[in-house]
Design a protein around this ligand. Structure first.
Ligand code: FES
Length: 319
């Protein structure tokens, strides 16, 4: 009983508040016994149009807000994307306005249909940038390939230079019979007797001397200051006309300002593939042996052995 009194008081308060707001809520109040008089069906029939109106109004508000937001974003898109972006924004506005009108909301102010953008010539720089990839594609080479080919070319050139340098190092710089190269004199029979005068070879710039130890090829240049000394048969020795240095038949220092004995070229003797050469030693150059008269005699003017110091010469004149 107390609950019914309290419920009755609440309903009266609600009706008073609804009257002040101008809304009749009595139709929405459930009956105390809904199944008794069918008031529930009547309340639903009255409430459905009201709910539909509210939903339509809410959709219209949302559409209008969307149109306003797109209108604010439009200038930036136009600045970035140009005429195409402006057209898309205008189309979006039109769709929003149509949707709002369909929902009963006040339509946004109509805008003029977007005018077709006048065709403007593209800047030359942009055209060049657009054509650049095509040129690269036509050339068939990108940056990575270019660097690879450049490295390969540099490596190939370096290898070629190395091979050429090796070939030039191994290849004789002087031809046969040319000073600096080898002189083939022939069989040992061409050698003068061991007591005969030395024989000059002006092309090879040496004096050919035959000794008991073997053949010698004395360099024609004086060891003092480079004059050409002469063979003096009357004294059986070499004498330099420049400063008076004197050397024995074997090229040993005798006297004069020359600091050492005469220099010698390497003599080669060969028979049946066996080669003997002039060798250097503390006692001076030692000539090769001549195995037989048929052995070939060669002088290598590219290899020179310096004479021993004048003080060590066994032919030095101490008087
Ligand atoms: Fe021969 Fe001076 S150059 S002695």
């Amino acid at each position: 009983m107390a609950n019914e009194l309290w419920l009755e008081r609440v309903q009266r308060a609600q009706e008073a508040a609804s009257a002040r707001r101008g809304v009749d809520v009595s139709v929405m109040r459930p009956p105390r016994n809904p199944s008794a008089d069918g008031s529930t069906q009547r309340a639903e029939a009255v409430a459905q149009p009201v709910v539909a109106d509210v939903v339509a109004e809410a959709e219209a508000v949302v559409a209008a807000a969307t149109a306003v937001a797109e209108a604010e974003v439009a200038p930036a898109q136009v600045a970035v994307g140009g005429d195409a972006a402006a057209n898309r924004v205008a189309a979006a506005k039109a769709r929003a306005a149509a949707k709002a009108a369909a929902n009963g909301a006040p339509a946004a102010p109509a805008e003029a249909a977007p005018k077709p953008a006048p065709s403007r010539p593209a800047p030359a720089k942009a055209a060049a940038v657009a054509e650049a990839p095509a040129e690269v594609g036509q050339a068939g080479m990108n940056r990575r390939e270019f660097v690879t080919y450049a490295w390969a070319a540099a490596l190939g050139l370096l290898t070629l230079e190395g091979g050429l340098a090796t070939y030039l190092f191994m290849y004789p710089r002087f031809k046969e019979g040319q000073f600096g190269g080898k002189f083939i004199l022939g069989p040992a029979t061409i050698l003068p007797p061991t007591d005969a005068s030395p024989q000059p070879d002006t092309n090879g710039k040496f004096w050919l001397v035959n000794t008991d130890a073997g053949p010698k090829a004395l360099y024609m240049v004086c060891t003092h200051l480079g004059c050409l000394y002469k063979w003096e048969p009357s004294n059986n020795r070499f004498e330099c006309p420049c400063h008076g240095s004197k050397f024995s038949r074997e090229g040993l220092y005798i006297q004069g300002p020359a600091p050492r004995s005469l220099d010698e070229f390497v003599v080669e003797t060969e028979e049946n593939g066996v080669v003997a050469l002039t060798t250097d030693s503390d006692q001076g150059a030692i000539p090769p042996a001549v195995p037989s008269p048929s052995a070939e005699i060669r002088v290598n003017t590219g290899k020179r052995i310096q004479g021993r110091p004048a003080a060590e010469s066994s032919s030095r004149d101490t008087t």
